[in-house]
Design a protein around this ligand. Sequence first.
Ligand SMILES: [Mn+2]
Length: 357
Amino acid sequence: MSLGTSVARLLGKQTGSPVQLQRRAAHSVALIGAPFSRGQKRNGADRGPAAIRNAGLVEKLSGLGCQVYDFGDLTFTQVHNDEVYNNKVKHPRSVGSANRVLADTVHGAVTAGHSCVTLGGDHSLALGSISGHARHYPHLGVIWVDAHADINTPLTTMSGNLHGQPVSFLLRELQDKVPPLPGFSWLKPCLSRSDIVYIGLRDVDPAEHYILKNYDIQYFSMRDIDRFGIQKVMERTFEHLLGRGQSPIHLSVDIDAFDPALAPATGTPVKGGLTYREGMYISEEVHNTGLLSVMDIVEVNPLLGASQEEVSATVNLAVDVIATCFGQTREGAHTVFEELPSPGSPDESDSEQQVQI
Ligand SMILES: [Mn+2]
C-alpha cells in the first residue's frame, strides 16, 4: 500500500496529463505587494516586495505560462499615537489597519478568479491574507512553513511583536484566550485547529508548545523532517488537510523556515532550517495538488544581509519558492513546448503529414 497513491487518489491527481498541463498554463496569478513591517521591530521587511520583484519574479512566472496581474504595492495609512496594548503588544492599530486593506485586496483578487501571491512584509500580514482568502473560500487548508509557530496570544507573547501572533487570532478555538485589540474589530477567526499544518518548526515558545499540544494542532518540526523525511511529511500534511475532501490551499512561507545559510537576510533566523531541496520539494508538492489558491512569502529583509550576496541569495530563494509553487520543476517543464522540430519540416503541411504518419 502506498501513501502516495492514496494521496493521489485523494486529490484526483492525473500527473502529467495534457488536460492538467493546459489548466496550469492558463493560471492567472495576482501579485500583491504588502510592504509592511510594523509586526516586528527591524527596519527593512517593507522592502521585500520591491526586492522580490526586482529579482525577476514576473518574468519567471510569465515564462511558466502564468498570466500575471501585478496589483502593485499596497499603501497603508500611517496610524499616529499607536500606543502599546496592555504594556506589551506593539503597533496594534497599524497592524490591524494594514491587514484590513490586505484582506480586502486578497478577497478581491481571489473572487476575480486569480491565484494570489502576497509579497511581504512581515508575517503579521497573514492575518489579512488568510482572512481575505477565507472570505471567498470558507474552508481552507493552511500550510504554514516557518521556524516559528507564530501562535502566541497577545497575553502570552514575550516580544510583543504581532508577527509572532497571527495564528492565535485566526483560530476559532483560541478566541476565548485572545483579547480584543484596538484595530482588530474587523477580524473574525476563520480557521479551525484542524485546518492548519506547520512545517519546519524549531523555535517554539512554551505557551506556543502548550497550544500546539493541547489544541492538537498538526505540526512537523525540523526533528520530524529528520525522522520521516520531507516526502512523508508532505504526504501526511495533505492527508490531514485534504482527507476530508478537497479544499483550496493557503501556503504561508516565512523565509526563516530555511536554514540561515540559505536565507540570511531575515529578522529572526534560527539555525538548523530547511535545505534548498526540502523547500523545493514542499513547493513542488503543493503545486502538484492543483489546489494552491493563495501563497504568502514573508520576512525577506534586504537590509539585514551582511553582504549583497546574502541579500541576493535570500531574495532569489524566495523567487524560486514562488516559481516552483506555480510550476517550475527541477526535472524540466514542457508546458510551452508542444512539438519537436524535425529536419526538413519547415512548414505546416509537412508537420501535418508527420502527425498522420
Ligand atoms: Mn513567521
